[in-house]
Write a protein that binds this ligand. Structure first.
Ligand SMILES: Cc1cc2nc3c(=O)[nH]c(=O)nc-3n(C[C@H](O)[C@H](O)[C@H](O)COP(=O)(O)OP(=O)(O)OC[C@H]3O[C@@H](n4cnc5c(N)ncnc54)[C@H](O)[C@@H]3O)c2cc1C
Length: 472
């Protein structure tokens, strides 16, 4: 059987590794972190468990759903979604409910109504044009613009509209209460459809999926190397022949790369590609009492220092010791910048804003703070990103045994289910012996979002039952 080396033990790499290992392939997964899971990992501090911000398993793809349940088995709790937003100095359910209208200053209500009548039609492909044309300038100015600037440090005119399509439509606005324009948003606000989205969640954090998948890959004979990232790639004429991790050389028949594109570019001497990732500092707070808000996560659109706060115990009570709780604050930055380096200095400001917004009662509620720095949390879709991806793919196309996968490897603003779905279909291709390199034929589908149909969901692609073979 041929060997496959997978770089990155996030959900994409583990799914591919799992599918190939169960068919007897020699699988080696190399991960630079000490634990598996990538962005879908969990941190454990005694009885407190935290994910990398809010993480939930939600999919409408039956094959992906079956795979997630197969891995989690009895650790899959089904939970209703409860998310919120803080606007106009108050907390509101998200998707929006009629109560938001009562909190809006009269002046803004009139401006919003005027937007409905006099629709703007900004030209171009920017995030600004997309949001203003759909939701009107008022909503853009009071929420989307400041939230985006706070989150990304880019102004919406400098971003591509795909940022709105992947981010706003999927992550913020619930699909079943979808709002394609201001009229629908208003209609859904006044006459909200019952949104009963549920999702799967393990009792001690989303990282259980990866931990369980990794255990089973190893039982099937796969090798998972932790705490040693790739430090160099060895190349032949049109192939990558080996990966180097610290003091070891691992020869490759085939290589699946799920780490960031900018990292592989460095190892293959590809320069002049303008692709950028956002990074995030997570402040995981242990609280001495239960949380006040019944939201799994809340977006903060005002002048608070952070953009989103999640509450693990609203996902599952088992995420903290009895009577206690936790809060995870997201503080976006660039790897190595001032925020990243001096994150500890911002702790006081974080806690002050939590008190000021009524998220907690007092600083004394906070018993401990764990600061975690995570690079490459989001690919940033700047206006030029499509051209830059094409340029990058052309440079990588010469390596015939290289496949790119996952959120970082495909510069893809996606969710775990997308990475898992892609891992399943990519493993199918490898098993069918199809030409490995699809890079040279790359087109929109390469990085496509769910809405583009880029994530396979066809019933006929459902592979054979999920059997595993024990390694001897
Ligand atoms: C704050 C936040 C909230 C999110 N919420 C949700 C949610 O609610 N639901 C959902 O489905 N998705 C959510 N997502 C998205 C989800 O986390 C990702 O889609 C998914 O985890 C991506 O998995 P992946 O395997 O493709 O990539 P990654 O998890 O990024 O895996 C890549 C791996 O490569 C490793 N790596 C990097 N460099 C090297 C190297 N040199 N050598 C070896 N290994 C290397 C990394 O350490 C990492 O483990 C969220 C993401 C963020 C940031």
């Amino acid at each position: 059987m041929p060997s496959v080396t997978v770089v990155g033990a996030g959900v994409a790499g583990l799914t591919i590794g799992f599918q190939l290992a169960r068919q007897g392939y020699a699988v080696t997964i190399v991960e630079k972190n000490e634990v598996v899971g990538g962005l879908g990992r969990s941190w454990h501090y005694g009885g407190f468990h935290f994910d990398v911000g809010p993480h939930r398993f939600h999919t409408e793809n039956p094959r992906v759903a079956e795979f997630i349940r197969h891995i989690l088995e009895d650790e899959a709790l089904e939970i209703p979604r409860k998310s919120g937003v803080r606007m106009f100095g108050k907390f509101h359910d998200w998707p929006l409910r009629p109560s938001i209208l009562l909190s809006m200053p009269i002046r803004l209500m009139f401006r919003g109504a005027r937007d409905l009548i006099f629709r703007e039609s900004l030209p171009g492909e920017s995030f600004e044009a997309d949001v203003v044309n759909k939701y009107g300038r008022t909503l853009y100015e009071i929420f989307f613009k400041p939230y985006t600037e706070k989150f990304l440090f880019y102004s919406p005119p400098a971003l591509h509209r795909d940022w709105a399509r992947a981010g706003v439509n999927r992550a913020i606005i619930d699909k079943r209460a979808s709002a394609d324009n201001l009229w629908t948003l208003l209609k859904n606000t006044l006459l909200p459809k019952p949104v009963e989205t549920t999702f799967l969640y393990p009792p001690t954090g989303v990282g259980r999926f990866s931990e369980r998948a990794a255990e089973r890959i190893e039982r099937m004979g796969g090798r998972i190397v932790l705490g040693r990232g790739v430090t160099a790639l060895e190349r032949g004429q049109r192939r990558i022949t080996a990966v180097h991790i610290a003091d070891e050389r691992i020869a490759c028949d085939n290589i699946v790369w799920t780490a960031p594109l900018t990292v592989i570019n460095r190892y293959l001497d590809i320069a002049g590609v303008d692709l950028e990732y956002l990074s995030t500092v997570f402040y995981n707070l242990e609280l001495s009492k239960p949380v006040k808000l019944d939201y799994q996560w809340t977006y903060y659109g005002g002048d608070e220092i952070f953009s989103r706060v999640s509450a693990p115990t609203v996902f599952a009570a088992t995420m903290a010791p009895p009577g206690k709780s936790g809060l995870c604050i997201e503080f976006t930055c660039r790897e190595g910048d001032e925020r990243w380096q001096n994150a500890e200095r911002y702790t006081g400001a974080m806690i002050n804003d939590l008190v000021r917004t009524g998220t907690i009662d007092s600083p004394s509620d906070v018993e401990a703070v764990h600061i975690e720095r995570v690079p490459f949390t989001y690919p940033i879709y700047k206006l030029n990103y499509l051209g830059e991806i094409q340029k990058n793919l052309r440079a990588l196309a010469r390596y015939g045994n290289l496949l790119l996968a996952g959120r970082c490897g495909r510069f893809w603003y996606n969710n775990m289910d997308h990475s898992i779905g892609q891992g399943l279909t990519m493993a199918d291709k490898i098993l069918r012996g199809e030409v490995l390199s699809e890079i040279d034929t790359a087109d929109r589908e390469f990085w496509a979002t769910e809405e583009d149909g880029g994530v396979p969901s066809r019933e006929e692609e459902i592979a054979e039952p999920l059997e595993e073979t024990q390694a001897t």
